[in-house]
Design a protein around this ligand. Structure first.
Ligand SMILES: NC(=O)c1ccc[n+]([C@@H]2O[C@H](COP(=O)([O-])OP(=O)(O)OC[C@H]3O[C@@H](n4cnc5c(N)ncnc54)[C@H](OP(=O)(O)O)[C@@H]3O)[C@@H](O)[C@H]2O)c1
Length: 321
């Protein structure tokens, strides 16, 4: 598969979001299925895997997803890039930020069966100043425990403050054809400063696959689609013209709508590496194959300007991880 660079770290042009094997999209598959799905993606050329310490059923424990990723990739560890995230709400009285971040990291290393993490993200801004986190990440890089670091769901002022202390490897924010706020300032800032940009929910939680309709019933347990505002019945209806336009385009291109939604962002920016999420082996491969769906400049322009004509209904919302 084609590769791209997130700063100095080389990854497959499309990565794999592993969250749904543990949380967020309803019933989780048996562990062995998830492990096989990850290994199958690796054999297909995927070298970039995204997880987080909080990804567990109902977010009720720590590490369920990291354990799966660790088991799946242990034997090929040197050939893959593993990104994980820590949640840091505050640092206990008298404790140092470095010690606290390192404590979280050591738990992740253990579960991931590795002695380093390639990209270590702060999952959300909590009560700890970003400069302090950046300083701790710099020390962890010097320790050889992480190769690079990143921030998730942040704005330019936070990125800039962090970048001034320890240069960032990647920003992981929400970005898709239906969620384009990052285009105005964040992605241009990342390009200017040689920071990778890793879109999460790049298929708009499935809506851009064309498989969701206003009648779709989401699962009852641990399924974020029940509260994602963009997936309310009314907003799905409102966004159907975009989905229909995408389906037509995909048909003409002999590709799937999910693939076109990914190839559109790959064509648009050189530093973007999406991490679509799926708990289905076949759809994981479908999404990875988006790296081979080339858009000509004319096709891209037509698609991009068509998108500009449509109003987008609802946001995904900033809850959820
Ligand atoms: N940093 C953060 O705060 C944050 C937040 C959310 C997610 N993430 C990361 O980003 C990754 C991806 O985000 P996401 O999973 O929320 O959103 P997504 O990739 O936009 O969409 C996932 C949903 O789309 C469906 N889907 C995926 N590919 C499909 C295809 N080709 N055809 C039909 N349906 C398809 C999946 O269903 P099936 O499983 O049934 O295929 C699932 O319901 C996660 O795995 C996680 O690693 C990070």
């Amino acid at each position: 598969m084609k590769t791209r660079k997130l700063k100095d770290i080389e990854v497959s042009a499309v990565g794999m979001g592993c969250m749904a094997f543990s949380h967020g999209y309803g019933k989780i598959p048996p562990e062995q299925y998830s492990i096989e799905a990850i290994r199958n993606a690796y054999r297909h050329g995927c070298s970039f895997f995204d997880t987080a310490e909080v990804y567990s059923p109902n977010l009720s424990a720590i590490g369920h997803n990291e354990l799966i990723v660790g088991k799946a990739l242990e034997e090929v560890r040197d050939n893959v890039v593993i990104a994980t995230k820590l949640m840091l709400h505050s640092v206990g009285f008298g404790r140092k930020v470095y010690d606290e971040v390192r404590r979280h990291l050591e738990g992740s290393l253990d579960r991931l069966r590795t002695d380093y993490v390639d990209i270590y993200y702060l999952h959300r801004m909590g009560g700890v100043p970003v400069e302090k986190v950046a300083e701790a990440m710099g020390r962890l890089i010097d320790d050889g425990l992480i190769r690079g670091w990143g921030l998730s769901q942040v704005d330019v002022d936070v990125i800039d403050a962090a970048q001034g202390v320890t240069p960032l490897t990647a920003i992981q924010n929400i970005y898709s054809m239906l969620e384009r706020d990052c285009e105005s300032r964040i992605i241009p800032y990342c390009i200017e400063h040689n920071i990778g940009f890793v879109p999460f929910s790049p298929i708009a939680s499935g809506l851009l696959s064309g498989k969701i309709t206003p009648q779709t019933q989401f699962e009852r347990n641990d399924d974020v689609r029940n509260w994602v505002p963009q997936l309310s019945r009314r907003n799905i209806e409102g966004n159907m013209p975009i989905v229909e336009m995408l389906k037509d385009f995909a048909d003409r291109k002999n590709a799937t709508p999910a693939q076109i939604s990914l190839s559109w962002m790959l064509h648009k920016y050189p530093n973007v590496v999406p991490i679509p999420g799926s708990k289905n082996k076949e759809r994981i491969i479908e999404n990875l194959n988006a790296a081979d769906v080339e858009l000509t400049d004319e096709e891209f322009k037509a698609l991009d300007s068509e998108l500009d004509k449509h109003k987008v209904y609802g946001h995904r919302g900033l809850g959820g991880f």
